[in-house]
Design a protein around this ligand. Sequence first.
Ligand code: NAD
Length: 521
Amino acid sequence: MTKCCTVTLPTEMRDVKIQNYINGEWAAPSSGAYLKNYNPATGMEIAPIPDSKSADIDYAVHAAKSAFPMWSNMPGVERAAILNCIADLIDQNCNILATLESQDQGKTVASAAAIDIPKCAAYFRQFANYITEGIRETESSMKLVCTTSSINKLVPSSQRATTQHVASGVAALITPWNFPLLMVCEKLAPCIAVGNTCVIKPTELTSVTSYLLTHILQAAAVPKGVVNIVFGSGVNAGEPLVKHRDVRLISFTGGSVTGSKVGALAGGLFKRVSLELGGKCPSLVFSDCDLEYAITTHVRGAYQNQGEVCLSASRQYVQRDIYERFLDGFRQQVRQEVHVGDPANPATFYGPVVTKQHMEKVTSYIRLAQEEGATVEFLVNPKDSVTNVSTGGRLTIEGLEGGYFIAPTLITNVSQGSRVMQEEIFGPVVCVLPFDTEEEAVQLANDTQYGLGASVWTEDPEKLERVMRQINAGSVWGNNWLAWDDCMPFGGMGCSGTSREHGPWSLEFYTETKALYTHTV
Ligand code: NAD
């Protein structure tokens, strides 16, 4: 049985030297090249990222393939002990992981410490429990008429059947930057719990905590080759991983355009693939809702994590008779309670967006709305140390002048067909429009290429149920937003994805299911 160790992680960003982790050892990329990386709050360079190529991927897949027979045959209870150990080490290092996640990604230390990092540990514990209990198999028995010794002779017979879930082999886990470590752990925990080995390709924009995880994996005595982490770009490292002949299964989370490429490649090579993609999530606020609670939740839904949440409540539709009251309350609450600034400050609600390029993308949508004649408001809190707000909404924060900050932006009087309403902006920008009837509300909510999440707000239970059931989205909340239950399926419809993961759905995705028929005479 595994004895859990302790681990010493670097506490300062300057001590972080990111290296690939292959076959239980750290290695420089074969190219010797590194990608630049920046702290989004300051714009200063931090730990460079290995620019790995196919040779590194080959090496990592080979290590994972070699480790597969040993790991998949290890009793579930022993794998579970290792997973629990990883969880303990994550919890013990929560503050370090949260601080460095913040410096790499821009999210507040407080939110990383309260949400991201504890959830990482929780995933390992959840799947350790599942695998200790074993995957529930389906059993069946039936009477048959079939041929036996003579090819033409039909005789009564019977048969027992059972399913068997088996590990698939080498998995590729490809992740985005908005919840860097969380997205890795959400996939890694179920993937290795059921006996797969893997190669992880974290996003090149926020790789620091995935690198720190390699130290935790080693301290938890994860056998060599079971988990390999190769850093680098989507084109140089991600694509060769997806195409690799020895990769049997791909779990991808990222944008819909990239997801479409990954899906096409993987499908053509008959690989099992899960695509968790973007969103443009509606919320429908009826006039008979608890308005105060709805406003508070919609402020959070719009701006939490800089609006860099695939489930952000980025399209808010409000019934016309409360529309102005909703907007007044929304503006007031944002101006009073949403502080934008230093992500290390516990009073900060949100920090900078992830990169300069992403800041330019978000502000280009704000400018587009202005050009189209929409009403664009920057709801800056007067207590924040903002020295300038650009026309595109970029904030200059005193002491953090090089940071990628964007004002809490409210867009109204925008047309439903505008790109601002139809495309994922993935920043602190929310569009609010009025509606009149229930039918119109449902039609507006479903007028999208996406289908990830939605919320509905009314005190009328029958209307709530009726409307929730008509919305085309993978997760729909009634009088709430982003209240997770990790035993429930998660995934999207349309351009938001093709699959369901979490809880038992992850156990299904990360295994192959066989049907075993036994003839019993
Ligand atoms: P992205 O699609 O640019 O990149 C995601 C990952 O794919 C990165 O690791 C990247 O290096 C890799 N990649 C890029 N090109 C590739 C290729 N050709 N082959 C293989 N891999 C490739 O996404 P992003 O900008 O990192 O993340 C933001 C997006 O992720 C948003 O659209 C957001 O909604 C979505 N997201 C979805 C969920 C969900 O669960 N549905 C969760 C978080 C984020």
